[in-house]
Design a protein around this ligand. Sequence first.
Ligand code: S3P
Length: 165
Amino acid sequence: MNENIFLIGFMGAGKSTVARALRDEYGMRLIEMDEQIEKQEGRTISQIFAEDGEDCFRALETALLKGLECTNNTVVSCGGGVPMRKENVAAMRRSGKIIYLSAAPETIYDRVKNAHNRPLLEGNMNVEYIEALMKKRLPKYLEAADITVETDGKSALQICKEIRS
Ligand code: S3P
């Protein structure tokens, strides 16, 4: 398969873990969007949000995605907000398959509760907030996705197999 795979889903849904497993199992190239943006900007995501605002970060995401249209055999672990913009979804669709990784808010909370690299969750680190934001975003995730994979209780390898089956 030469097609790219875009993993979308809420923060902590397991996109990075599954992306690494797809790279290791199937020899795909891996792009971690947040990491790539941090490298390119020489700043953390939190610094970009604090210094230039969320809109600037969103523009960097869109530019990165549009620049990927000529790549192939690449798995892209997308930031959780990527499918909120129509032009991002269109760019992903032009160059690959979009996989939505879903997880319960409690699972997400467990995975992200000790991290401090997600500005949207700073000061909002609780299941209620996660659940409310997830509910708001869900229609966009579902609309963008070619396939939805539920991840609760599954290993990264199992999820990989579902994606590639
Ligand atoms: C965001 C998710 C984060 C990161 C930024 C905003 C979001 O990425 O892009 O903090 O809007 O959901 P992960 O989904 O990789 O945590």
